[in-house]
Design a protein around this ligand. Structure first.
Ligand code: ATP
Ligand code: MG
Length: 287
């Protein structure tokens, strides 16, 4: 079975994209999945958060330009079954260089799909930067699905609507007709505040079953772990944050299983018909 490619994206900064990439990936690796993280953010937080040094030339940048193979960039981490393609600051150059190329929205897709088709990884997570630039657009064009972390705060819904509209545009334009929403994850939840509870309630009202039941609590241990180069699951196995991310890994897998069962059922072929309509040629899609 090909690896599923999931982009962790939100144009808003500091909402928990990288924290979720690292810790959900570690939680899934703990449960036996082979996971590859693509650090697609020039800030390289996923790289350093997993204890790896940034290294000039070792990132997706030369891969996007067609100057290196994706394979050559994969590094194992200290977490069994978890690998990463690191980032470094030169990756920012992709925002300038990639748009000059043909099929520039497809560059990541072209590089990662062949790897996904091999039996090496079960899941590929793309940690996106906080913008809707070329990197994020490439990630959303390459991905099967988007996982949207949002912070439990006042403007959460507004940011979320922007992302949902973008997913619809990408799907409708044919750039990635199969893109769907894997799930919406509420992060930095503080059960003591009314605001956190109100935001969760509002998001659930709007997006119902897209929202993970698992809420990620605000936890000092979660924010400390990256400076030790470890997922919180290893840094402090028993803290509330580690517990929550392990719970999220279980929920993620349960949903995956449910989706597979649904896709395999005869009724799915009928109910999903509009989504499987032939897509326009991506090469003629406007940017
Ligand atoms: N559950 C949590 N509890 C406490 N702190 C957290 C939690 N999740 C994330 N943080 C902290 O919040 C900050 C932002 O998190 P993170 O880097 O994961 O967000 P991001 O969306 O990837 O940010 P960027 O948009 O800059 O890439 C970090 O300092 C991180 O350690
Ligand atoms: Mg980040």
């Amino acid at each position: 079975m090909p690896a599923r490619i999931i982009a962790l994206a939100n144009q808003k900064g500091g909402v928990g994209k990288t924290t979720t990439t690292i810790n959900l990936a570690a939680g899934l690796a703990e449960r036996g999945k082979r996971v590859l993280i693509l650090d697609f953010d020039p800030q390289a937080n996923a790289t350093s958060g997993l204890g790896l040094e940034k290294q000039a030339g070792r990132s997706l940048y030369p891969v996007l330009l067609g100057e290196a193979s994706l394979d050559a960039m994969i590094v194992e981490t200290s977490v069994p079954r978890l690998s990463i393609v690191p980032a470094e600051v030169n990756l920012a150059g992709a925002e300038v260089d990639v748009p000059r190329m043909d099929r520039y929205l497809q560059k990541l897709r072209d590089a990662v799909r062949p790897l996904a088709d091999q039996d090496r990884f079960d899941l590929i997570f793309v940690d996106c930067p906080p913008s809707l630039g070329i990197l994020t657009m490439n990630a959303l064009t390459a991905a099967d699905a988007i996982l949207l972390p949002i912070q439990c705060e006042y403007y959460a819904l507004e940011g979320l609507s922007v992302m949902i509209r973008l997913v619809e545009q990408i799907r409708d334009s044919g750039a990635n007709a199969a893109l769907h929403i894997e799930g919406i994850l509420m992060t930095m939840y503080d059960q003591r505040t009314n605001l956190s509870n109100q935001v969760v309630q509002q998001v659930v009202e709007h997006f119902s079953d897209k929202v993970y039941e698992t809420l990620i609590p605000r936890s000092v241990r979660v924010s400390e772990a990256p400076s030790y180069g470890q997922p919180v699951l290893l840094y402090d196995r028993h803290c509330t944050g580690a517990h929550a991310y392990r719970q999220l890994a279980r929920e993620f897998l349960a949903r995956e299983q449910a989706r597979r069962a649904h896709d395999a059922s005869p009724a799915a072929a009928l109910s999903d018909a509009p989504d499987s309509a032939p897509a326009p040629d991506p090469s003629t899609t406007p940017a």
